[in-house]
Design a protein around this ligand. Structure first.
Ligand code: 5BU
Length: 252
C-alpha cells in the first residue's frame, strides 16, 4: 500500500495559507480530529469548544441550529480557537449562484466570513460558486456520508477537476476517500464511529481505521459519538488518539 507524506511536509506543498496553518496545527497537536459540535445551545457549544478544544484540529459548526444565537457568538468562539489552537469550520454547504453565496457568506445575521476560518460548498451550481467565494478557505463536497448519496462517480471527479482550477481558494474536499495525488489537498470525512453502523435518518458510519487507513482520508469528523457521550472529553481523547495512530501507521 503506498505510504502517505507527513502533514508537516504537506504544509510546504500547498500555496493555500489556511491549509499550511491547518497542517501545522495537526502536527503540533497530534490531532486529525474535527468535532461536529452539533448542539443547539450557544453556551453548550462554547463550553465544548473550551473543554474539548485541546484535542481538536478543527471545530465544525452549524451556526443556524443555535436557538440562542447572539452576534458575539463568532468572536467568543474565535477567542477559544486562539486559546486552544484549532480552526473553525462553518458547515454551511453553500449551494447557490456566486453572487448569492457571497451575500450568504458575508452578510445576513451570521456574518460567517468574520469568524469562520473554513467553509464548504456544493458543486451543483458549477464554478461560479467558487468565484463567489474566491479568497475564502473552501472545501468542496465531493462525496457525502449518507445512504444513496448521488455525489459519486462522475460527480466526484468533477469536484476534483473544479478544485484543481482554484488552488488559491479550495483547500480540499469533504469526501469518503482520498481523491487526488496532490499532497496539498486535504480530505475530511464525516460519518465516523468506532463501530460501523447508521442512524435513523440516512447517516452511514464507517470506522476510523477504514476512513484513515483503507480510504486514506486525512481528517475524521465526529459528532454525536462525542457530543452525546457520557463523557465527551474522554470520548474526544479516544478519537484523537485512534485518529493519530492510524495516521502514523500509514506514514512513509
Ligand atoms: P454525526 O453526529 O457524527 O453523524 O455528525 C456528522 C456531522 O457531519 C454533521 O454535522 C453533519 O451535518 C456533517 N456531515 C455529514 O454527516 N455527512 C456529510 O456528507 C456531510 C456533512 Br458533507
Amino acid at each position: 500500500m503506498p505510504k502517505r507524506i507527513s502533514f508537516l511536509k504537506r504544509a510546504s506543498l500547498t500555496r493555500h495559507q489556511m491549509s499550511q496553518k491547518l497542517f501545522k496545527i495537526m502536527e503540533d497537536k497530534k490531532s486529525n480530529l474535527c468535532l461536529a459540535a452539533d448542539v443547539t445551545s450557544q453556551a453548550k457549544l462554547l463550553e465544548m469548544a473550551d473543554t474539548i478544544g485541546p484535542d481538536l484540529c478543527i471545530l465544525k459548526t452549524h451556526v443556524d441550529i443555535l436557538e440562542d444565537y447572539t452576534p458575539d457568538f463568532g468572536s467568543k468562539l474565535r477567542l477559544l480557537a486562539d486559546k486552544h489552537n484549532f480552526l473553525i469550520f462553518e458547515d454551511r454547504k453553500f449551494a447557490d449562484i456566486g453572487q448569492t453565496v457571497w451575500y450568504q457568506f458575508t452578510k445576513g445575521i451570521y456574518h460567517i466570513a468574520e469568524w469562520a476560518h473554513i467553509i464548504n460548498a456544493h458543486i451543483v451550481p458549477g464554478p461560479g460558486i467558487i468565484e463567489g467565494l474566491k479568497g475564502s478557505s473552501l472545501l468542496l463536497l465531493a462525496e457525502m456520508s449518507s445512504h444513496e448519496t448521488v455525489a459519486k462517480g462522475a460527480y466526484t471527479k468533477k469536484a476534483v477537476a473544479m478544485a484543481e482550477k482554484y488552488p488559491e481558494t479550495v483547500m480540499g474536499f469533504i469526501c469518503l476517500h482520498s481523491l487526488t495525488k496532490d499532497p496539498g489537498m486535504l480530505h475530511l470525512t464525516p460519518g465516523v464511529k468506532l463501530e460501523p453502523g447508521k442512524d435513523a435518518l440516512g447517516q452511514r458510519y464507517r470506522t476510523v481505521d477504514e476512513i484513515l487507513i483503507k480510504n486514506k482520508s486525512d481528517i475524521i469528523i465526529v459528532g454525536r459519538d462525542i457530543t452525546h457521550a457520557k463523557n465527551p472529553i474522554e470520548a474526544a481523547a479516544i478519537y484523537r488518539k485512534r485518529g493519530w495512530e492510524c495516521y502514523v501507521q500509514t506514514l512513509a
